[in-house]
Structure formats: C-alpha cells, structure tokens
Ligand binder design. Structure first.
Ligand code: URA
Length: 244
C-alpha cells in the first residue's frame, strides 16, 4: 500500500479522528518505528510500527467496516469514557462488534438518532461542515408561543454564549398549549448545545430534545436503546463511497 499521512491512516483504521491525531502529535504522544514524531506531514503505511502512549496500534485497514444507527436513550453519554461514570451508549452495543465510535454527539439528556462506526473516514465526512447531512430535532419547550418564532429562526439567531450567528436553520411550530410549545428544528451544523441555545435565545428553554432525522434516515420503528446496521444504500445516501 502507498504511504499516506499518519492522520489519514489512523483515522481510516478507526483509531482516532484526524484532529485527535494532530493533538496527539502536538503532545508528542505518537511514535513511528520507535521515534517520537513532531510534524503533521509524516507519511506511513500499515507496515510501520505506530505507538500511542507507548502502546502499539494494530493497523488493519481490511477489517469489516461497521455502521450502526441507534436510538439513543435519554441520560446516556456519547463519550467513550466518562469520569463521572454515567451510562454510555457504547455499552448498549454488542462488544463482539469491536471498537466503535459515535459519529458526532448528542447531549446526555437528548434522545434519538446517532450513528456509530469503526470507519474514521466516515466519521470525518459526516461531521465535517462541508459534507454534514441535515439533522432534524423535536424540541418540547417552556412557554407558549409568542408568534414570531419561525420568522426569527429563519433570519438566523445570534447565540450569545457561543458568540455565533446560527443561520440556515428551519424552525417549524408543531404545537402549543397555554404553558408550552413544541418545535421542529432542522440544521446542518452541530455546535455544542446548538438547538437548545437557539431556542433559549428566543425565549423557549428546552425541556426535552429528540433527534428524529439524519439526512434521509428516520427513527421509524427503532425503539429507544436499540440499534441496527445501516445498509450500503443508506450509507451512500450521504454521498459517501464505501466497500462493504
Ligand atoms: N443540539 C443540542 O442542543 N443538543 C443536542 O444534543 C444536539 C443538538
């Protein structure tokens, strides 16, 4: 196999995202053939011995690629490690599937669709702003409607906490009562807590949040806590090419 940049090799192997590899290089935690590396440009092949924190990384680019779609329960964390020992979505997955990583994140208290994979390139593709698919959320919120929510959302909402203008968002009113309102929010980006912060800016603190769609993938009959494998067609519906 031709040599490729170490970021790409480790990400293809499903070990780390490219960004994480760059962090590890900056922290001088990666060795290639016994030498600590300190540049981002080094090219390697699966024949090289790559170590992270002195542990050899097994490189197997031919292993079966796994792509799952899960209906994440509320009160489960997406991180693979949690110092507070909260329940993790990865623990809901059959360990025989090997090491998988979540594709993006949902908050601890958010439920709904999340993908998991051992294909680091897929993870990069889906989370990169230029190729990330549209995602739709249903948010049940505090306060009845003021009436101008859809218009405000379509104009873009400035999120003070992030010092960021969230734009290209679609907001639709689903229902409302004397005390609460429910919205569908559709966006491409996935800044931390973005949906909650957008709604809070327009006077609606989110009580519950569920992701009901990623691209054309819907929850359908996937029960909370369950997962299924994605089909080749579903994976390629994101514009990503795979060989499985
Ligand atoms: N936006 C949020 O606020 N929370 C999520 O979990 C996902 C998107």
């Amino acid at each position: 196999m031709e040599e490729i940049r170490i970021q790409k090799l480790l990400s293809r192997n499903g070990s780390f995202s490219r960004r994480r590899v760059e962090e590890l290089i900056s922290q001088k935690r990666i060795k290639v053939n016994g030498k600590v590396i300190d540049t981002f440009g080094l090219k390697c092949s699966p024949k090289d011995i790559i170590e992270v924190d002195n542990k050899v990384i097994e490189i197997d680019l031919n292993k079966e690629r796994i792509y799952l779609l899960m209906n994440k329960p509320k009160n489960y964390i997406c991180s693979l490690y949690d110092p507070n020992k909260r329940k993790k979505i990865i623990d809901l997955v059959d360990p025989r599937l090997g090491r998988l990583v979540p594709v993006g994140r949902l908050d601890y208290d958010t439920s709904g669709l999340i993908m998991l994979t051992n294909d680091g390139e897929f993870c990069n593709y889906i989370t990169h702003p230029s190729t990330s698919p549209e995602k739709e959320y249903i948010a049940y919120c505090e306060n009845p409607l003021y009436g101008d929510e859809e218009e405000k959302i379509s104009k873009g909402v400035f999120i003070n906490e992030l010092n960021y203008l969230a734009k290209d968002i679609k907001g639709k009113i689903i229902s409302s009562t004397k005390t609460n309102s429910t919205f569908s929010i559709t966006l491409h980006e996935g800044k931390k807590h973005e949906v909650k912060l957008i709604l809070e800016e327009i006077g609606h603190k989110v009580i519950t949040l569920e992701r009901i769609r990623i691209g054309s993938l819907l929850l359908k009959d996937l029960k909370v806590g369950q997962y299924r494998k994605l089909t080749k067609g579903e994976i390629e519906s994101f514009g990503y090419k795979i060989n499985i």
